[in-house]
Design a protein around this ligand. Structure first.
Ligand SMILES: [Zn+2]
Length: 401
C-alpha cells in the first residue's frame, strides 16, 4: 500500500512540478481546479540570477495551466517585485510562467502547437481562451523561434510579391530556394524594399548570392543589379502563364461568335486547352481536345505555340533552348496571331533572365504551394490588419522558423 502511494506521489509530483514552489492546497469546483502554490526560498533576479534581492512588493497572481482532464486548471501563488543590486527592478524570475502572461509556459506551448496548425478562433475555442490571448501567445512563440537573418548565408534566392488587404498593399518575400524557406519579408514592393533586405544581409553576403529568381518586376531587378552580382532568373511559370493568357484570349475570340450552348461547353473545356497535352491522361479528354482544335484553325495554331514554348522550357540543353526560342519567335510571327505579340515583346525585353533560366533551370520552386499557404493564412484571420502578425504567420507556415 505504502509503495503504491509513494509511486502515485512521485508521478503527481513530476506532473505538477513548479520549480521554487510547493503545492499546499487544491480547490475543486464543477468545472475548475485551483492549484495553490507556496514559495520555497527567495525570489530570483531574472537579470543576474541573484537570490538575495530585497522584495519591494508581493501580490497574488493566478494563471491558467493545462487542463486537468475535463476541467480548466489555474495556478495561484504570490508573486514578488524585487529591487536587485544589479540594477534590475521588477518581477522576479519564474520558471513556469512569463512576466504578465495569463498562462503557464506549458499551456502556451500547447496553444502555440494548435495555432501553428489551425485558425486562431479554433485554437481559442479548444482551450477556452479569448482569441486575443491566443494571438499574443502565437505571436510570441513565433518571435522566439525566428531565425536571425545574420546567421544565414543564402546563395540562391527567390523574390516574390504578395498582395494583402484586397490587393491594396504588397509584401516582398525573399526565400532561400534550396532551403525552401522564407528568410525575409518587407513592406511594399519597391526597389527600396528589396534594398533593405540586402542591407540587413550585409554587402559581403549579398555578393555571395549567385542566383536570384523572380518575376519580371523592374523595381526588384534594379535592386538586385545594384546590390549583387547574381544572375537574374525569370520564373518559367510566369512566362508560361502569360502564354496561357494569350491562348485563352484566342479561345475567347474564337468562341465569341458561336451559339450559347457551344460557348458554355467551351468554357468547361478550357482546361483541356491550357493544360500540357502530356499531362492529359484520359483518352476521352484527348479526343475532345483534338475535336476542338481540328475545327478551329487559329486556336489550333495558338495551342501548338503554347505547347512548343513549354517544351522549350523543359529542354535540358541551354544552347538548343536558345536556338529553339529564336525559332519560336519566328513561328509566332508567321502565325499572325496577334494575341502573342505582347508575350514575345516581354520575353525579348527580358531575354537575359530567360537565358539565365536555361542556364540555371531554377524556378521559385513550390511557388504555387507557397501562394496556397498565404491564402490559407489570409483567410484564417480577418484579413490580417495586424501586418506584423501577418508577417510572423508567413514565417511560421513557410519554414522561416
Ligand atoms: Zn540582479
Amino acid at each position: 500500500m505504502n509503495s503504491k502511494r509513494s509511486k502515485y506521489e512521485t508521478v503527481f509530483k513530476n506532473l505538477f512540478f513548479f520549480p521554487g514552489y510547493n503545492i499546499t492546497d487544491l480547490q475543486d469546483t464543477e468545472s475548475q481546479v485551483f492549484i495553490i502554490l507556496e514559495k520555497v526560498g527567495s525570489p530570483k533576479c531574472p537579470k543576474c540570477g541573484s537570490v538575495n534581492s530585497p522584495i519591494e512588493e508581493s501580490y497574488p497572481r493566478i494563471v491558467r495551466d493545462l487542463n486537468l482532464r475535463n476541467k480548466q486548471s489555474y495556478v495561484m501563488f504570490e508573486e514578488n517585485k524585487i529591487r536587485c543590486s544589479c540594477g534590475y527592478r521588477g518581477i522576479e524570475y519564474l520558471d513556469f510562467v512569463r512576466p504578465y502572461s495569463r498562462c503557464t509556459k506549458e499551456l502556451e506551448d500547447a496553444v502555440a502547437m494548435c495555432t501553428s496548425r489551425m485558425p486562431l478562433t479554433d485554437a481559442a475555442a479548444i482551450w477556452g481562451l479569448d482569441w486575443k490571448t491566443v494571438k499574443d501567445i502565437d505571436k510570441r512563440s513565433i518571435q522566439d523561434r525566428m531565425i536571425d537573418l545574420k546567421t544565414l548565408n543564402p546563395t540562391m534566392i527567390g523574390v516574390d510579391e504578395i498582395a494583402y488587404q484586397k490587393g491594396h498593399h504588397y509584401l516582398t518575400i525573399v526565400r532561400d530556394i534550396p532551403a525552401r524557406r522564407v528568410i525575409w519579408i518587407g513592406l511594399k514592393r519597391k526597389t527600396a524594399t528589396l534594398d533593405e533586405f540586402f542591407t540587413e544581409l550585409g554587402p559581403e553576403k549579398s555578393r555571395n548570392i549567385t542566383v536570384c529568381c523572380m518575376d519580371m518586376w523592374d523595381p526588384y531587378i534594379a535592386s538586385v543589379k545594384k546590390n549583387t552580382t547574381a544572375d537574374i532568373v525569370f520564373d518559367k511559370f510566369h512566362i508560361i502563364k502569360k502564354v496561357n493568357e494569350a491562348v485563352d484570349k484566342v479561345r475567347k475570340k474564337v468562341f465569341a461568335q458561336s451559339d450559347k450552348s457551344t460557348r458554355k461547353e467551351m468554357k468547361h473545356k478550357r482546361f483541356l486547352i491550357l493544360h500540357r497535352r502530356k499531362n492529359l491522361t484520359e483518352d476521352e479528354d484527348i479526343e475532345c481536345l483534338d475535336q476542338i482544335l481540328e475545327s478551329n484553325k487559329p486556336l489550333y495554331t495558338a495551342y501548338v505555340l503554347k505547347e512548343e514554348i513549354a517544351d522549350i522550357f523543359d529542354d535540358v540543353n541551354a544552347d538548343r533552348e536558345t536556338i529553339r526560342l529564336e525559332q519560336w519567335f519566328k513561328n509566332v510571327s508567321d502565325s499572325g496571331i496577334e494575341e502573342f505579340t505582347p508575350v514575345v515583346s516581354m520575353i525579348k525585353n527580358y531575354i537575359y533572365g530567360v537565358l539565365n533560366y536555361f542556364k540555371h533551370k531554377l524556378t521559385n520552386a513550390g511557388s504555387e504551394g507557397f501562394n496556397n499557404k498565404i491564402n490559407v493564412i489570409k483567410r484564417a484571420a480577418f484579413g490580417f490588419r495586424d501586418i506584423e502578425y501577418f508577417k510572423l504567420k508567413i514565417f511560421q507556415r513557410c519554414g522561416g522558423i
